[in-house]
Design a protein around this ligand. Structure first.
Ligand code: CTP
Length: 405
């Protein structure tokens, strides 16, 4: 099998030495890495170092006769699955934004159709200069991705934003972009609505009832669906997570808010995956002012049942629509999940016993089972990202089967 190919462009920042480690780490992660060094980069790191770390001949401007250039830059531009420039100077960003292709790196990056990732490293003032900012904003608007510089001690003796991002972050972003490239776009043309996270039910202006849901599972599903080409509507309760890029996100607080946001989203969706953990109860009367201590007396809160969001979506289910629910249980997983399948008109349920180590809240893994009327499929421990893809695989198969009927 062809190894995924990263073309690593290195420009003349003092952080060029970090490119050696980046190349080495990408090779260790299974990539084929081809380095292109600009003339200034060669003043800061040697071709020999980059060749040793990448295990491939390095491309520099100096030694390549122009004829060979043509072939080489087109060949590399085509070969790249991801194009990474690390470190990238203000000069490189300026050239790229202006369409200047006057050396091997700028020529190759212009000719590539691969996603381009740019890890910035420069003096703070150069970074903050409106010209640089305008160039970054423009390149971003045409799909170039930036890894922003971080705060740190700069070679010029100042402290500020301009330091190359952490090697770990650069390598991870490159591998993520690679993974993204390899994803089949099998959800293209479909709309997927996903709910995620807990809800908050207010008690008074400063207090609320909530649960342990982190939102990680729902966000993983939204991200996976987006990578596979779907239009994604993510309705999220309060979480600490960053909105996945490219999804349409609505933030909600209470279960009632979730219902109001999901019903119109579900109307547009081919697949609805409800990974949220909406609170089943809300406080009957929310106090308008902060509640005071009761001088040692017991304090009683009266709760009233919230709407069952999944049930409401199920009641409006369209033909050729797939509804997927979750069932987080602490006992009798199968019996409880089966009951929910019918009540909520779900096509299948992702059931899990949240008491098992590696399953449940605020961890990056899950142990789940798919359950429908035909039976149960137990899945091994896997990451929430991997589980997200399995859920989408199954939802798509159910959708295709319905459409074929
Ligand atoms: N769900 C919902 N609205 C609620 C409660 C749950 O839409 N008020 C959805 C969840 O998003 C999940 C599924 O229903 O997809 C099952 O959630 P769960 O909390 O396990 O089930 P409940 O129906 O609340 O049943 P119980 O709390 O009695 O176990």
């Amino acid at each position: 099998m062809k190894k995924p190919c990263v073309v690593l462009g290195v420009t003349g920042s003092i952080a060029a030495y970090r490119a050696a480690d980046i190349a080495h780490r990408l090779v260790k992660a299974g990539c084929e890495v081809h380095c292109i060094l600009t003339k200034s980069a060669q003043q800061l790191i040697t071709e020999r170092t980059m060749e040793t770390m990448s295990g491939q001949p390095c491309i520099t401007d100096m030694f390549a006769p122009p004829k060979q250039w043509e072939v080489e830059h087109i060949e590399l531009a085509k070969r790249a699955d991801v194009f990474l420039v690390a470190p990238a100077t203000a000069n490189f960003v300026g050239k790229m934004a202006s369409g200047i292709a006057d050396d091997m790196l700028t020529t190759t990056v212009m000719a590539t159709k691969a996603p381009v990732l740019v890890a910035l490293a420069m003096n703070t003032n150069m970074y903050e200069n409106p010209v640089t900012q305008k160039n970054i904003a423009y390149l971003r608007s045409i799909g170039v991705r930036f890894l922003e510089p971080i705060e740190g001690d700069l070679a010029c003796g100042t402290v500020g934003k301009g330091h190359i991002p952490e090697t770990d972050d650069i390598v991870r972003a490159t591998l993520d972009a690679m993974e993204e490239q390899r994803q089949p776009k099998d959800l293209t043309g479909l709309t997927v609505a996903v709910t995620a996270g807990p809800t908050r039910e207010p008690i008074d202006p400063v207090r609320y009832i909530t649960n342990k849901s982190s939102g990680k599972m729902g966000y993983a599903i939204a991200r996976a669906a987006q990578l596979r080409g779907a239009r994604v509507l993510l309705i999220s309760g309060p979480t600490a997570l960053e909105a996945p890029a490219g999804v349409e996100m609505v933030r909600v607080e209470s279960t009632k808010d979730l219902l109001d946001a999901l019903l119109p989203a579900a109307e547009q969706a081919d697949i609805v995956v409800q990974a949220a953990a909406p609170a089943d109860y809300r406080v009957a009367e929310v106090a308008p002012q902060k509640i005071k201590k009761q001088d040692g007396e017991p304090f009683v809160l009266t709760l009233t049942e919230n709407p069952d969001v999944a049930k409401a979506v199920g009641e409006n289910k369209r033909e050729n629509q797939v509804l997927v629910g979750f069932a987080a249980e602490t006992q009798a997983v199968r019996a409880n999940a089966t009951r929910k399948l019918d009540k909520k008109h779900l096509d299948f349920i992702v059931a899990n016993d949240v008491t098992k180590p590696g399953a449940g809240f605020d961890v990056d893994t899950n142990i789940a089972a798919f359950l429908d009327h035909d039976g149960i499929e137990e899945l091994p421990l896997m990451t929430k990202d991997a589980l997200a893809h399995r859920i989408l695989d199954r939802a798509l198969a159910v959708l295709r089967a319905k459409q074929a009927r």
